[in-house]
Design a protein. Sequence first.
Length: 469
Amino acid sequence: MKYIIFFVLSSVISFKIFGQTKRPNIILILSDDHSYPFLGIYGNNDVHTTHIDSLAKNGIRYTNTFVSSPQCTPSRATLFTGRNPLDIRMTRFAATLPKEIITYPELLRKSGYYTGIFGRNYHMDGSGTTKETDSIFNKYQLRTFKNRVDHLRIGGNNTAYPQLKEFLNQRPKEKPFFCQISYNDPHYPWDQTSFTPNADSINYPNYLPNIKEGRNFLARHYGEIGRMDSLVGLVLGELKKRNLEKNTLIIFMGDNGSAILRGKGTLYDMGLHVPLIISWYGKIEPSIQSDILISGEDIAPTILDIAGVKIPKEITGKSIKNTWSKDSAEIHSYIFAERGAHGTKLPNSTFDYDESRTVFNKYYKLIYNALWQLPYTPVDFDNSPLWNELIAENRHNELTPTFQKLLFTTPRPMFEFYDLKKDPHEFNNLIQDPKYKNEIDIFKYQLQEWMILNQDFLPLPIPAGKYSK
């Protein structure tokens, strides 16, 4: 009898040890305000990202990844939960994630992972910059993330690497680990100089107004990305030094689009379209490119799937674990996103306050601007030399008609509709074009359905009225 008991115990212990060994360590690296085109591996020769590119060369890069909001807090809330910002009541910039909303790090921890979050602020415990708000957060104990993970730190670029080493030193060696590493870069304002390319020599894109300050602005943005790449190199070096690189899956992505014109804070391509790279030694074929549509909602279920954790039914995203091949099928017919309050001021422009929704696929995009009366104002750089130069050029009628219309039309249109195959930069609003009426009606219906199912507080895009069955 004692031999039977010994055999059973030995089997359980062996299963537990080997089960944990087989489960990979998982690291999610988040850049802050980083649009899709701005990595070397995506074909941008002006951005030097050797270390990040190496992840793609040893894994898969996705070319059509779109976050659920063009702002840090709601977008990261979606990444943590696998649910859209409306569904989890996280449309406001400084909100705290409701304690009853489950995040994937919690589920990983319950399954046996040692979990950590460090580097730049994770944005789920609200903003304490207003004393009244801060007192309410404290009074009702609304800050919950210290209870959701094993290891929680806040810092920035300079602290992320030391915090990683601290985390790895403290982790129980018998457990697999998960950690999220966030960087300040390339968030505006841009303060580095060592990595900035020559502004006059960069390949300047035609979706931005070609003015001198525009080139300087973009070159400095590229420099911030270059600095971040050097910090990612420290992480990869540390994993190799500890012999962890072969059993560690690494995900790199941007949390939302870059702080450039019609980028961060907008529902245009540059506000939602971010890089996504997944690298897993020996498990993913090297240098794969996938063009399927990916939503920010898909990150949480993917990580749970990789870890062998059951995906809760509340999660609306889809695992992309089975898309690690060149010919994988689409998993989404449409992508949805929202834009809500960004800053702490009352609304007078779209910098601090906007309420917009969008639905799109690879072919068409519909944008619904509920507060169409507010003028467009860029997020974070509304008092920059670039924006001031554009205001002056517009005042003196020196801007091209295209950019006058795109940047300074007030009021804005309530609805925008774009043919993305003919107009990938979303310059030509087709909402009044009768040739697209059928497509517009289909996309309005899709948005209507999504807003109703998520109990959106905005007026619906198809208003109440008479209809025939």
